[in-house]
Design a protein around this ligand. Structure first.
Ligand code: PMM
Length: 284
C-alpha cells in the first residue's frame, strides 16, 4: 500500500527514479564533485532534465570506513541545496541518520526522509518523522560505516534482512508513522559481501512480501565492480559501472521494486520504462 505522498512521486506503473546528490568530499562514487551549493543545484536540475523523479540529497558519506561528520557541517552542506532545488519545484529527499537534520531538511522543502540506519542511529528519528508527517525510507543497517565491515556474517542473509526490516517497520509504526508511508531498502553493500547483495536481489520477492514499497540502491557499488572484473581480477572502475547499474535497475523494477536510487539517471529511466513494458506486456 502506498499513500498519496509516495504516489505523487513518479508515474503510476513505473519504478521511481531517485537521483543522487552527495554533497560530501568523500563519497565513493561522486565525492567532492561540487564546489558549492550552486554547482550541486545545477547538477540536480540536470538530473531532473534527465528524468529523475526525486533528488536524494546527502551530506554525510556512508562509504565503507567513513567517519561521521558533525551536525552543523551536515546541515550546512545540504540545507542550501534542498532549499534551492525545492524553490525550483524539484522534489527532494534527505539522506540522513539524524532526526534534527531530517527536520530542518523537511523545513527546507524535502518531502521524504531516507535514513540508511532505519531509525537505529538516532533514537529520535522515528518520532520526529512521525511528527513531520512525511514518508521514510528504512534501510537495513547493522553498524556505522567505519565498523560495518565487521558485521558481514549471516546464516541466511535474506531471512535475516527481511526479519530486521520487518522489525524496523514495526518500530516506525509504533512511533506513529503511517504504514503506507514506509519504504524498505535491503541496504546493498552495507555490512554485506557481494554474495549477500546478489542473494538479496535474487530473492527480492521475499522482501516485497512485507507489503511495503521497496527501494534498491545498487548504483556503482563495489559488488558491480567485482562482477564485471577483468580477466586478471581487476574490478571494473567506479566510473564504468553504469550499464551494470541499469541492468540491476531494470531487473529490480521488473521484480516489483518501487524505486531505484542511482547516480546516472537517463539510462536508468530507460531501464525502468523497459521494465514497465516487460511487466505489463506493453499494454498501458
Ligand atoms: N546507499 C548509499 C547512500 N544512501 N540510501 C538508500 N536508501 N539505499 C542505499 O543503498 C544507499 C543510500 C551509498 O551510496 P552513495 O555513496 O553512492 O550514495
Amino acid at each position: 500500500m502506498i499513500d498519496e505522498h509516495l504516489a505523487r512521486i513518479g508515474e503510476p506503473g513505473r519504478a521511481v527514479v531517485m537521483g543522487v546528490i552527495n554533497a560530501t568530499p568523500d563519497s565513493f562514487s561522486d565525492g567532492g564533485q561540487f564546489a558549492d551549493a550552486d554547482a550541486a543545484i545545477s547538477f540536480g536540475e540536470q538530473l531532473i532534465r534527465d528524468g529523475a523523479d526525486i533528488i536524494d540529497v546527502g551530506g554525510e558519506s556512508t562509504r565503507p570506513g567513513a567517519a561521521r561528520v558533525g551536525t552543523d557541517e551536515e546541515l550546512s552542506r545540504i540545507v542550501p541545496i534542498i532549499s534551492g532545488l525545492t524553490a525550483r519545484g524539484i522534489r527532494c529527499s534527505v539522506d540522513t541518520m539524524r532526526a534534527g537534520v531530517a527536520a530542518q531538511a523537511v523545513e527546507a522543502g524535502a518531502e521524504l526522509v531516507n535514513d540508511v540506519s532505519g531509525g537505529l542511529a538516532d533514537a529520535a528519528m522515528l518520532t520526529t518523522v512521525s511528527d513531520l508527517g512525511v514518508p521514510i525510507v528504512l534501510m537495513h543497517w547493522r553498524a556505522p560505516s567505519d565498523e560495518m565491515d565487521n558485521f558481514t556474517h549471516y546464516d541466511d542473509v535474506v531471512a535475516e534482512v527481511v526479519l530486521a526490516l520487518a522489525a524496523r517497520r514495526d518500530a516506525a509504526v509504533a512511533a506513529g508513522i503511517n504504514p503506507d508511508r514506509i519504504v524498505l531498502d535491503p541496504g546493498l553493500g552495507f555490512a554485506k559481501l557481494a554474495s549477500h547483495n546478489w542473494e538479496l536481489l535474487r530473492d527480492l520477492p521475499a522482501l516485497s512480501a512485507l507489503n511495503q514499497p521497496v527501494l534498491i540502491g545498487a548504483s556503482r557499488k563495489r559488488f558491480l565492480g567485482a562482477v564485471l572484473a577483468g580477466r586478471d581480477g581487476t574490478p571494473r572502475p567506479v566510473g564504468d559501472r553504469d550499464a551494470a547499474t541499469h541492468a540491476v535497475s531494470a531487473l529490480a523494477a521488473a521484480n516489483g521494486a518501487w524505486g531505484v536510487r542511482v547516480h546516472e539517471v537517463a539510462g536508468t529511466l530507460d531501464a525502468v520504462r523497459v521494465a514497465r513494458a516487460w511487466r505489463e506486456g506493453g499494454a498501458w
